[in-house]
Design a protein around this ligand. Structure first.
Ligand code: SF4
Length: 289
């Protein structure tokens, strides 16, 4: 397999074949994100992608069941282009169950529902969307390039085509000043999305990013572990979803949590209260990006 630059995938795609179909992120401006800063966004040549599928079939055999399309937002590819990739994957891997992709709100709503359904019919059935925050003021501050309502519309559009949604939001993006707003507005947006999966990650300031410069100048203040936990607790108290698998056990999180919402809400709120009370947080040296 050939890859250009660093490759990223969601934790739940750990066992997937990683197939690079685009290079970089078409937005590439979020102030906290360093994932694709070294890459100029471009579409990878279709012939190269198809050749990589042949290589994967030769190397791993026909039993691949899951594939993740890298990089940042491969759903931007035109539908016929995606269908060529998906049908080649289906022919090469007869037991293929699921293809996943990162998507942004614009990618999702720009595809008519019938096109999305056709993609789902060819196994492209899981998308991951970074909400980051449900506050439009914070989204503007981090240069997300979309409003909360646009992202709600994108997620609902994808789900109405039969895709499974996995939404990520970032604790601490409002800094110490706006943590309540980040929690309450994110809970509001997530409640409207009602995603299948939800992950709460903790913001980590990566050197060289605009957020690192804002931290240095004092424009952004990183919350303390107890403040991150209080933010997550407020989020959980406010969020109102019907059946969502929730995870906050990423390497970046100070208090690892996992459960189903709404069923496990009270238990997770109590675990956060205990962590705050006894100051039980993952030490910094154990945290990762
Ligand atoms: S957070 Fe997502 S949309 Fe923003 S620059 Fe990074 S990859 Fe692109």
């Amino acid at each position: 397999m050939r890859y250009v630059g660093n490759i990223f995938r969601p934790p739940s795609e750990a066992d997937s074949l990683l197939l690079q179909t685009t290079i970089g992120c078409s937005h590439n401006r979020c102030t906290f994100c360093a994932m694709y800063r070294d890459k100029q966004f471009r579409v990878r040549r279709l012939e190269d992608v198809l050749e990589d599928i042949t290589t994967a079939r030769d190397e791993y055999g026909p039993d691949v069941r899951r594939v993740f399309l890298c990089d940042g937002n491969a759903l931007i590819l035109p539908t016929p282009h995606l269908l060529r990739i998906l049908t080649t994957l289906e022919q090469s891997f007869p037991d293929l169950q699921r293809v996943g992709v990162y998507a942004n709100a614009r990618d999702l709503v720009s595809k008519p529902i019938e096109e999305l359904k056709e993609l789902v019919g060819h196994r492209l059935s899981q998308f991951y969307l970074g909400l980051e925050s449900g506050s439009d003021a914070i989204l503007k501050q981090i240069d997300k390039g979309a409003t909360a309502d646009e992202m709600v519309a994108g997620v609902r559009h994808g789900m109405s085509a039969g895709m499974k949604s996995s939404v990520i939001f970032l604790l601490g993006l409002g800094g110490r000043k706006h943590w309540r707003e980040n929690a309450i507005e994110s809970a509001r947006a997530v409640s409207q999305m009602n995603p299948n999966y939800l992950s709460a990650l903790t913001v980590t300031v990566v050197p060289g990013t605009p957020l690192a410069r804002q931290l240095k100048s004092g424009e952004f203040e990183l919350p303390e572990p107890a403040e991150f936990a209080a933010e997550l607790r407020l989020f959980l108290e406010q969020v109102d979803v019907k059946a969502t698998v929730f995870r906050s056990n990423h390497a970046s999180n100070y208090v690892p949590l996992e459960g189903r919402l709404p069923k496990d809400k009270e238990r997770m709120v109590a675990e956060l209260t205990e962590a705050i009370k006894h100051h039980r947080f993952k030490p910094e040296y154990m945290r990762g990006l």
